[in-house]
Design a protein around this ligand. Structure first.
Ligand SMILES: *[C@@H]1O[C@H](CO)[C@@H](O)[C@H](O)[C@H]1NC(C)=O
Ligand SMILES: *[C@@H]1O[C@H](CO)[C@@H](O)[C@H](O)[C@H]1NC(C)=O
Length: 471
């Protein structure tokens, strides 16, 4: 049974991989294969025979990646290929980084909750909750103050923790608090602080049926309304990282009435257009994005689990067996978002690993992968048939970025795996009210450095602070 299943998945995956032709050439085959998988998966026996759904999908991906052409296409063969970790690119620095990392292993901050961390460093803390219109219960952390309100929103696989785990001197939330701001940190549905719903449990597959589209349409409006109401103000300043910018762009274009509630939006590593993204995972999923989701769905695999065999496969693909790559590749967020060594504070890595990743749905990832393939910033693609039902058209609608009238300031960098300068430039041209665009003057600055860089203060905060003051 397991064998048949695996063969079917591989066959499906493989045909799609060979240039998206299968649905044209073999429309019947795809449906048949899906039906068979559905039937088999529905049998009680399946659950006892199959290793696990995640393992099956992983095996299938593994098979695909053994095909050199597919690998080349997935992870890119040009100079754009991310620096996978191997002896060549870490020779010389490896020992020093490992020594720093090991020194950091004793740091007790790695095991402290976000609330305990904030209190440990002497800041007041409040925890708040709000419920979205579609029933998700979201937590927010606040370092209260009488100053203007700043709302921080994390990226993919992140949480409020992201803004306090760079240590007491370098964390954005602390820096803003010292400056007098009333700091709020949001948590999107599905991350470790927001795994509740008025009706559904996270064990319920429907709980995970969302991407950053829903985060932008429901979570951000609910949290922003709550913050404005609680602080009795009319508008706030919003700082987003990565998916915290994607979801903002969704909100600003889908629910334009929220633009007037934002006096300034600062986008750290903005992600909207994805066609130049260098993340191997995003690329690897993309030729199969349309395929993988139905498979994940068939197996009820909705939550993106950091320990899945799927990621073990990715690790194999990207990392060799050196001690340093074992450390770096052990963390999913690092694998997906990429990292550089130039601005990496290795002593602080154990603290970061203690708090990241924080949970996401598979759909969040596949939605990004669709963007890599389509080159457009648009709603989730369910396949032409289902799109007709959902959107009344075969192709999902693009997000109307011109409706986004809140002032937006963009920070980007050359070496960012997810947010490529050309894609950021496209975004800058399309946004209704982009007021500023700034390239970090550091050639190796990567996606996660926007949160935890050694020189965060000089490379990011100084400019960010001026922008906040000026608005
Ligand atoms: C706003 O705050 C008041 C009291 O602080 C509360 O009664 C009301 O329900 C809140 N409204 C929203 C939309 O949260
Ligand atoms: C690096 O991390 C350590 C441990 O968290 C911290 O004490 C130190 O201040 C950090 N260094 C920089 C430059 O941020």
């Amino acid at each position: 049974m397991t064998y048949i299943m695996r063969w079917l998945i591989i066959a499906m995956a493989f045909t799609i991989c060979q240039g998206q032709l299968s649905s044209v050439l073999f429309p019947g085959f795809m449906n048949t294969a899906r039906n068979i998988i559905g039937t088999i998966a529905g049998q009680p026996l399946f659950n006892t025979v199959a290793k696990s759904a995640g393992d099956l999908v992983a095996d299938a991906v593994f098979e695909i990646t053994r095909v050199p052409v597919a690998v080349a296409r997935a992870v890119g063969v040009s100079d754009n290929t991310p620096a996978v970790i191997n002896d060549n690119n870490i020779r010389g620095i490896s020992d020093a980084i490992l020594a720093d990392y090991r020194a950091g292993l004793k740091n007790r901050d790695a095991a402290l909750s976000v609330g305990d961390l904030i209190r440990k460093y002497g800041y007041p803390l409040e925890k708040h909750e709000t419920v979205t219109d579609d029933g998700y219960i979201l937590s927010m952390y606040r370092i209260p103050s009488k100053g203007p309100v700043v709302f921080l929103m994390h990226g993919l696989l992140g949480s409020a923790d992201d803004f306090v785990i760079a240590g007491p001197e370098n964390s954005l939330a602390y820096l803003l608090s010292k400056e007098g701001y009333d700091v709020w940190m949001g948590n999107a549905r599905g991350n470790k602080h927001s795994r509740r719903h008025v009706e559904m449990e996270p064990s319920n597959a429907r709980f995970w049926d969302f991407s950053w589209h829903e985060i932008g349409c429901w979570d951000l409006p609910a949290m922003i309304d709550y913050v404005l109401n609680t602080t009795d103000t009319k508008s706030l300043k919003y700082i987003g990282h990565s998916q915290g910018t994607t979801s903002f762009f969704v909100m600003g274009s889908q629910r334009p009435e929220y633009n007037k509630k934002i006096s300034l939006m600062i986008a750290l590593s903005p992600v909207a257009f994805m066609s130049n993204s260098r993340s191997p995972l995003i690329r690897l999923l993309s030729p199969n994005a349309g395929l993988l989701y139905p498979i994940f769905k068939t197996f009820g695999l909705y939550e993106f689990l950091p320990d899945s065999t799927f990621l073990r496969v990715l690790r194999k693909l990207m990392c060799d067996a050196s001690p340093l790559s074992e450390v770096m590749c052990s963390n999913t967020a690092m694998l997906i978002c990429g990292f550089g060594f130039a601005e990496l504070n290795a002593t602080n890595l154990p603290v970061i690993f203690g708090h990241v990743p924080s949970g996401a749905s598979v759909k969040q990832l596949t939605h990004y992968s669709q963007g890599y393939l389509s080159g457009d910033f648009k709603q989730y693609d369910y396949g032409s048939q289902n799109n007709l039902e959902k959107y009344g058209r075969e192709v999902p609608p693009s997000y109307p970025l011109e409706k986004l009238t809140a002032p937006v300031s963009l920070f980007y960098s050359d070496a960012d795996w997810l947010s490529h300068p050309d894609d950021v430039d496209k975004l800058y041209q399309r946004l209704g009210n982009a007021i500023d665009i700034h390239k970090i003057p550091h050639s190796q600055f990567n996606h996660l450095d926007f949160l935890w860089a050694k020189h965060f203060k000089t490379l990011i905060y100084e400019r960010l602070r001026k922008l906040l003051k000026a608005t």
